[in-house]
Write a protein that binds this ligand. Structure first.
Ligand code: FEO
Length: 401
């Protein structure tokens, strides 16, 4: 077991979870993930965050390598979700820190998760600082990025920002730094993470990025709690990437997801693709029979249009499509154009119901929902093709605004 030096006297002491496929309880993590924790060696040796339950032994062994004394004086908890605080009780019992720093909401959460009786907790807020000896830690509350308790810890002497969940990616690897990996792979993982975890808090992201800019923090390393660490020019890269993701400017690609019973709705989807292609819009197509909701959500990062299809089933929407729409609505995507379609046997309510859900998400609907009785005929294919073209033209116009 080893510890990775991030800066002189600052080590990564986290755990790599190669087997993780379920992140935060609801999102896929197809590449695995890591639970990052860091130790700062100073007059007050400081542990920043812990790890998920079951990984404390790894954390402890890495700390022993990074700090031969094995002594932790201060513990900073940037966030109390259990993939970072799962090892908290064990850490407090083993290291008996002089102080534990967290936000006010962090204390509330900590008290609901752990028996904190006798714990030396000190609540901090934005602008508060604590001296470690040669270094200072400055705290920045980041409420709702992505929990009420979340905060950043910044060490100006090392120009390093410990950002907790923000800027993370779910990648389990032997590499610890972004510059050791392919940039496109990293960006794909950032988008997947952002669109499944951070997206609803995009207005908060923009405010925090502005606040960090106003503070004129000199940052050359961003150390998140999941995935790889950004150093050098990669620190600016991830801050810029987050601003772009948060702004959600329209992108000229379309996402179609659907479920189908006897392939009629699927056939409609292919005709809609043809219309989008004719309008010059690339398409990402997902059948919900064999794609997870978080995979579909990640694809939305590159798409300014979202088109959903479902046959009418028991006077409603097929279960996978209903679930996908519910998941997407909770993540609050903005600035999208969309449409709805689907086949039916004797009623045909589903496309209209889908359109209503899309409208409730502020998705603009330039075309009426289309439905097709049983099996598509020529006029149905023509209608689907026209729908694809209409969406494509509207998206092209939105991208030019
Ligand atoms: Fe990775 Fe919100 O915990």
């Amino acid at each position: 077991m080893h510890a990775i030096e991030v800066k002189k006297g600052i080590h990564w002491v986290g755990a790599v979870d190669y087997g993780s496929r379920n992140f935060h309880g609801y999102s896929l993590s197809p590449r695995g993930t890591t639970y990052n924790a860091y130790v700062v060696q100073d007059e007050k040796n400081t542990l920043i965050d812990t790890v998920k339950h079951g990984h404390f032994g790894t954390l402890r062994q890495r700390i022993e390598v990074a700090l031969p004394s094995g002594k932790i004086d201060y513990l900073i908890l940037n966030h109390t979700e259990l993939d970072h605080a799962g090892g908290l009780t064990q850490a407090v019992e083993l290291f008996k820190p002089e102080k534990i720093f967290c936000s006010a909401m962090g204390l509330h959460s900590m008290q609901r998760h752990c028996d904190t009786t006798g714990w030396p907790v000190q609540v901090v807020k934005t602008g508060d600082t604590v001296s470690l000896g040669k270094r200072t830690v400055r705290f920045i509350e980041t409420r709702m990025l992505h929990w009420p308790d979340s905060m950043f810890s910044y060490i100006p002497e090392d120009k390093i920002l410990f950002s907790n969940d923000a800027f993370g990616q779910n990648i389990a690897s032997t590499q610890r730094f972004v510059d050791e990996m392919d940039r496109a792979y990293i960006l794909s993982a950032i988008k997947e993470y952002y669109y499944n975890i951070v997206l609803p808090y995009s207005p908060v992201v923009l405010k925090i990025l502005d606040a960090v800019a106003e503070m004129k923090l000199d940052i050359d390393t961003v150390a998140p709690d999941h995935g790889l660490i950004y150093r050098g020019k990669d620190a600016a890269f991830v801050l810029d990437s987050y601003r772009e993701l948060a702004l959600q400017k329209p992108k000229k690609q379309a996402l179609i997801f659907f479920d189908t019973m006897w392939n009629s709705t699927e056939k409609m989807a292919y005709a809609i693709i043809e219309g989008l292609e004719q309008a010059g819009v690339p398409v990402h197509l997902f059948s919900l029979k064999n794609n997870h909701h978080s995979t579909v959500m990640a694809a939305l990062a590159d798409c300014g249009a979202v088109i959903a299809g479902s046959p009418t089933h028991n006077n409603g929407i097929m279960p996978h499509v209903n679930a996908m729409l519910g998941y997407m609505k909770g993540l609050k995507p903005q600035n999208r154009i969309g449409a709805a379609f689907g086949s039916y046997g004797w009623a045909g309510e589903a496309p209209k119901m889908i359109a209503e859900i899309l409208a409730s998400m502020n998705v603009q609907l330039p075309a009426a929902p289309i439905k097709c009785a049983f099996v598509p005929q020529k006029d149905d294919y023509d209608a689907c093709l026209a729908l694809g073209k209409t969406i494509g033209i509207a998206l092209d116009a939105a991208c030019k605004e």
